[in-house]
Design a binder for this molecule. Structure first.
Ligand code: CTP
Ligand code: CA
Length: 224
């Protein structure tokens, strides 16, 4: 494969990307989150900008600089990310959901710091909205949607089920247990799938994967 970067391929295209983890507040000093670094989503945003697109990046809390020329929208919780994505998706051509959204949040975010009392603490959590599923359900005929899937087993089958259930045109699946894949690395090892195609890719730099995703979205659009 070649990851040649055509600097005008996405001219006139509006690309919306989500990245990073979400933080779910427990009380004023504590939250629940995950290990997402935001690197994959930020790398896609950078690639999209270099390919000539107008890029919006909805980002959870991460320690990365916003790529030059990219419009940032900063959010903290899954609910905030949902609101931002609904608003920004209206004017997007390509939507890429690379964020690691928390599936659950604490049922109540306490107003005051939770004091330690007994020997154990039971926490009640409630489901967060599924942002990608909402986007898939509401996508316009001209919009192309790419999801991600993080699996630790039965990757191809689980990922395909997610792609279909969430009405994505494209899905990038990674196995957290593969060396060179996952959260803090600059590389990724993924399976790329569309409705009628599946390919296991060798280890790839996250920005090259961004180029590949965007090229594939362009191909899907052309074939419509
Ligand atoms: N996603 C989302 N909103 C959520 C949870 C997930 O938009 N509340 C998106 C992720 O950004 C990703 C895709 O859905 O693009 C798949 O996320 P993943 O965690 O792999 O799958 P889930 O559907 O959450 O299922 P599970 O975690 O139970 O495997
Ligand atoms: Ca999940």
């Amino acid at each position: 494969r070649n990851y040649f970067l055509d600097e005008s391929l996405l001219e006139g295209k509006r690309v919306l990307i989500s990245a990073g983890p979400t933080q779910e507040s427990l009380d004023p000093v504590r939250y629940i989150t995950n290990h997402s670094s935001g690197k994959q989503g930020y790398a896609i945003a950078k690639a999209a900008k270099r390919m000539g697109a107008e890029v919006t990046l909805v980002s959870g809390p991460v320690h990365l600089p916003i790529p030059e020329g990219v419009k940032p929208v900063f959010v903290t919780s899954a609910q905030e990310m949902f609101t931002a994505m609904k608003e920004e998706s209206v004017q997007a051509d390509y939507i890429i959901m690379a964020a690691a959204v928390a599936d659950y949040r604490p049922a109540v975010a306490a107003q005051d710091k939770i004091k330690k009392t007994g020997e154990d603490l039971v926490l009640k959590m409630v489901r967060n909205p599924d942002i990608l599923a909402w986007i898939g359900q509401h996508k316009a005929p001209n919009q192309i949607v790419c999801g991600f899937a993080m699996e630790t087993r039965d990757l191809d089958q689980n990922a395909r089920e997610k792609m279909i259930k969430k009405n994505c045109d494209l899905l990038i699946a990674n196995n957290l247990k593969t060396p060179g894949a996952g959260f803090q690395t600059d590389t990724n090892v993924v399976t790329i799938m569309t409705q009628d195609h599946l390919e296991h890719l060798p280890k790839i730099a996250k920005e090259d994967l961004g180029v590949l995703i965007l090229k594939t979205m362009k191909e899907i659009e052309k074939e419509r």
